[in-house]
Design a protein around this ligand. Structure first.
Ligand SMILES: Nc1ncnc2c1ncn2[C@@H]1O[C@H](COP(=O)(O)OP(=O)(O)OP(=O)(O)O)[C@@H](O)[C@H]1O
Length: 974
């Protein structure tokens, strides 16, 4: 089938990803609705705040239209209890100058002739000097609204001063103006009675009326301006957090890596997210303006719709770009809320500072304004303040589309306009977007891989020939050169032969048409990483580089399945990651249908012809099986017309037709694996890589998937890794077992079993060991023979003991070196079957599992010997403890040399692997003399040549080291 490539493929991928993004938003309805409609909630809150503030100041005329202000005639000094906040007992006023009789008579007149009510004497206090009044006021706060200070200068001049508590206060929606309520009545009364006293006419008419200005409402408070920046930032934060979390989830779950492996263009990925977020932001911004108009805010209705809409749209789009950029630095989706919250808090503070006028005035430098404008919430705060100021009073017309470039009326500095803010928002959006792509490339991805910091300067990056070269380690790490991997000649002759074949073909330049994949000395060394530990002091330590794959030489033939086995950590997944381009190789190369994994063009070609089922299911929880297949088929470049039928066929093959439309999140583990297998096989790939494809499947489904894999062999090569020996046995044409990064054996299943197995397995069924009757072959019941006789028979003829014993059967492993005795042995066994009470004997080759365990153990022993790790061996006979290297087989006991045994005695140590594959001691043999002419291994520690008891007598401390002998020498002697 012809796959699409180039621009048509880019377009096809873009459309498929856009659909995927739509489906993700559609299925995640709660988050999407929150994103789109959160503005309604916040605008409603702003509306409530506006109404609350308006009602608070309702008693003030400032917010009202006052065309004909009322006359307030001859105001009276109110009782001090009328003050909103006062401490009882209180005084209507206090005065100084009380030593003068004239003053005292003036004050008496003020009290007696107060309009409307006379003031009782208990409500007025008299002091000698203003200082005394101040002292009293200081010591008795909140007990008096005003004070008068009289000075009798001469017989015709009496001057006075006035002090009032001038703080305006509000209570329960009522506003108290102390000037009008307390100060002016006191002032009028003092002047009136001074005048009357000086004139000498106590009834002289003195009437003063007063009146406030006629004025339109002065709407100084705008909730949009005050709380708007914070609330609109909060609205944008919903989209921001959702965006970061979507991007990081795809990174964290390796979904993006899986798409890249299938040949996804980065351009399609970024453009699809940008388009989708652009659409969502556009709708959310339109809703914001419409909701604002719905609540009849002048801010929204008087300013031009497009002007207001652009502020919200460009700001939210800018935040999307900001989210793109930040997502490159975050690896866990659970951190997205924390990041969002942090940005919100910082934004809230910087907006507050912006509202106070910083730094958009001529007093601040241009560079400060530029730096400040890089943080999008600051630009929003400034724009909102412009728009809100433009509609602060009912007469303000707002900002029209044509006036967006003009300076705001009350902004004399005019360092920025609304239009300037648009340009800043657009400019910084592109800055964030390009930085997002740049950081995405240079910050290590999920596989720890990144491009160099100056990757865009390589011409190959732009021409598509070599610019994808990747590196490992953090951007700040100086990797230096990785340690050189010493070439190791394989111990196994088959592995050596395979290696030589590949090397020969390489040197001769032969391209074998039957070879699909040629792995040429593939090596992978993970660089060490810096680790910080916090303790009493901070420590920074670099781990040593790790050789995960140490030179693989192997051919995978077409139409065949090659099974790669190996214990955990053997390097199987790393090898696959090298073949699929997830991680760069550090040595050697691999050719997949002639394309090198080291070459970026080659890798691009490889992505078109491979299908991968990764070790862990890489699926979107909310997408169905069918949607997954559609998406991956589209990314691969299959023609759209064929995708529907191919997806249906694939689903049928993996028995998922019934669940085709069910979301993958509700699939069982086995169903997910089957879907992953179907994804790997879609698009007729020439190389299929299956990393543990049947994990978690029930036996019936597993067999079914085996049939699919078996059927898929034709026309392609398959590389399978599995921990199921049965699966490997059934499916593989060839098997390679890896351990510690090296290929340890290679061949067909039979070849490996006969070569590495312990021999044959004989299962002998008989009458149970209590001697219950079991019919012998000739039908005569036999109760005399049984268990012990059979054991004796095997011991005497083959010198073997049963590996497993059961009440009705025994299992023997017959080693290879007894094979020559077998013909005679089975002839005799056949003859004596009845006599021994044997009902049946089954003979088979040892299992692949045993081969696997042997190889793994051998590799573990080699590695332990190389590392020199020590463990304690407790001797059964003496209870003494010896320190011995892990894997040591024959261990001499220090201090046991006697005349009879001049070299001392030794034990054979038995090793087994625990659940994690680590070697541990399972027991040891009886003590036996060390054979003559057998020498201790020089490289191992034999420092302590005295026994523990001798050392204790001599008062020596520290461990006792066993003496390790070369196993070859010991077994040769035996
Ligand atoms: N990114 C990495 N950095 C450092 N070491 C790594 C990295 N990835 C894998 N390794 C190490 O490389 C070794 C091989 O790992 P790999 O995953 O290839 O093993 P495997 O054979 O696939 O094991 P399994 O059967 O458990 O999947 C392991 O010891 C592992 O810890």
């Amino acid at each position: 089938m012809e796959l699409r490539s180039g621009f048509p493929l880019l377009l096809q991928q873009y459309q498929a990803l856009l659909r995927k993004n739509f489906l993700l938003s559609w299925r995640n309805k709660r988050a999407t609705v929150l994103h789109l409609f959160s503005s309604l909630f916040f605008i409603f809150l702003i509306f409530c705040i506006q109404k609350a503030i308006e009602s608070r100041y309702s008693s003030s005329t400032a917010l009202n239209d006052v065309p004909n202000p009322e006359l307030q005639p001859n105001p009276s000094i109110p009782p001090c209890e009328d003050k909103y906040f006062i401490k009882l007992p209180c005084y209507d006023f206090v005065y100084s100058g009380g030593s003068s009789p004239k003053v005292r008579s003036i004050v008496s007149a003020i009290m007696a002739k107060n309009p409307g009510r006379s003031i009782p004497a208990s409500k007025v206090l008299s002091f000698g000097t203003p200082a005394e009044v101040d002292k009293w006021l200081f010591n008795n706060p909140m007990t008096c609204p005003g004070a008068l200070h009289f000075t009798e200068r001469n017989g015709t001049v009496i001057s006075y001063g006035i002090q009032t508590n001038s703080t305006g206060v509000a209570r329960r929606g009522q506003y108290e103006d102390p000037t009008f309520k307390f100060q002016i009545p006191l002032q009028i009364a003092a002047e009136r009675e001074i005048a009357r006293s000086l004139i000498g006419d106590p009834n002289f008419s003195w009437v003063v009326n007063f009146m406030e200005f006629a004025h339109p409402p002065v709407n100084n408070f705008s909730a949009v301006n005050t709380v708007g920046p914070t609330f609109f930032l909060a609205i944008a934060m919903f989209g921001f957090v959702l965006q970061i979390s979507s991007l990081i989830t795809e990174k964290e779950l390796k979904l993006r890596q899986a798409m890249t492996m299938m040949g996804l263009f980065d351009t399609a990925y970024w453009l699809s997210w940008l388009t989708w977020e652009g659409i969502i932001t556009l709708i959310a911004s339109i809703f914001t303006v419409l909701f604002g108009m719905m609540f009849q805010f002048d801010f929204f209705s008087k300013n031009n719709f497009a002007v207001v809409f652009l502020v919200f749209f460009l700001f939210q789009l800018n935040m999307v770009g900001f989210a793109f950029m930040l997502s490159a630095f975050i690896s866990k989706s659970s951190s997205s809320t924390t990041v969002g919250f942090s940005i919100f808090i910082v934004g809230f503070l910087t907006q507050l500072v912006t509202q106070f006028g910083f730094p958009y005035s001529k007093t601040f430098s241009k560079s400060l304004q530029v730096i400040w404008s890089l943080f999008p919430p600051n630009l929003l705060a400034k724009a909102l303040s412009f728009l809100s100021d433009a509609t602060s009073t009912p007469g303000d017309p707002g900002i029209s589309w044509s006036s967006r470039k003009e300076c705001a009326p009350n902004d004399p500095d005019c360092v920025i306009t609304i239009n300037g803010i648009y340009l800043w928002l657009v400019g910084t959006f592109f800055l964030w977007f390009f930085l997002a792509i740049y950081f995405d490339n240079i910050i290590p991805n999920a596989a720890g891989v990144r491009k160099s910091a100056f990757y865009f300067l390589r011409p190959g990056y732009w021409t598509g020939k070599g610019g994808s070269k990747v590196e490992e380690g953090g951007i700040c790490s100086c990797l230096g050169s990785l340690p050189v991997l010493e070439p190791i000649t394989p111990d196994d002759e088959d592995v050596l032969e395979e290696e030589n074949t590949v090397k020969q073909q390489l040197s001769d330049g032969i391209v074998d048409p039957n070879v699909a994949v040629q792995i040429r000395g593939l090596a992978k060394t993970y660089p060490g990483v810096w680790k910080f530990t916090l303790g009493c002091c901070c420590k920074c330590k670099k781990t040593s580089p790790y050789h995960a794959v140490r030179g693989l030489w192997v051919n995978f033939a077409k139409d065949q399945l090659f099974c790669l086995l190996g214990p955990n950590g053997a390097g199987k997944t790393t090898s696959i990651s090298c073949l699929t381009g997830i991680t760069p190789v550090t040595g050697g190369d691999a050719l997949i249908y002639g394309n090198s994994v080291r070459d970026s063009v080659g890798m691009a070609n490889i992505r078109k012809i491979i299908g991968v089922c990764p070790q862990f299911d890489i699926l979107w929880e909310v997408l169905s099986g069918q949607e997954h297949l559609h998406l991956f088929a589209t990314i691969k470049g299959l023609p759209p017309s064929s995708i529907q039928s191919l997806a249906e066929k694939s689903l049928e093959e993996v028995k998922l037709t019934q669940s085709a439309k069910t979301r993958a999140g509700s699939y069982s583990g086995g169903m997910k694996r089957r879907l992953s297998v179907a994804i790997a096989l879609i698009g007729d790939p020439k190389l299929v890589i299956l990393d543990e494809p049947t994990t978690g499947m029930d036996p019936i489904t597993r067999r079914h998937v085996w049939d699919i894999i078996e059927g898929a062999k034709k026309g392609r090569a398959i590389l399978l890794t599995t921990h199921s020996m049965e699966e490997a046995d059934i499916l593989s044409d060839r098997i390679g077992i890896m351990a510690k990064g090296r290929l340890r054996c290679i061949g067909t299943s039979i070849r490996l079993k006969s070569k590495f197995g312990a021999g044959f397995v004989a299962n002998v069924s008989f009458a149970d060991r209590k001697g219950r009757q079991t019919p012998s072959l000739n039908g005569v019941p036999n109760t005399s023979a049984g268990y012990e006789e059979i054991k004796q028979f095997f011991k005497s003829r083959l010198d073997i003991l049963p590996k497993e014993e059961h009440k009705s059967f025994l299992t023997y492993i017959i080693p290879h070196d007894r094979e020559k005795l077998l013909t005679k042995f089975f002839d005799e066994l056949e003859e004596r079957k009845g006599e021994l009470g044997i009902s049946d004997v089954q003979l088979s080759l040892t299992t692949l599992e045993e081969v696997f365990l042997n190889i793994a153990k051998q590799a573990e022993l080699e590695s332990a010997a190389a590392d020199g790790t020590m463990v304690s061996l407790t001797l059964m006979a003496s209870g003494e403890t010896l320190e011995i290297p892990v894997g040591a087989r024959f261990v001499g006991i220090p201090g046991t040399e006697t005349a009879e045994n001049p070299s001392g005695v030794m034990v054979e140590v038995y090793w087994e692997q625990d659940d994690s594959g680590t070697l541990c001691i399972s027991g040891h043999s009886d003590e036996m003399p060390v054979p003559p002419n057998v020498h201790p291994l020089p490289s191992l520690r034999t420092l302590s040549l005295r026994s523990a008891s001798q050392r204790s007598r001599l008062g020596q401390r520290g461990p006792v080291y066993g003496i390790v002998y070369e196993p070859g020498q010991v077994t040769a002697y035996n």
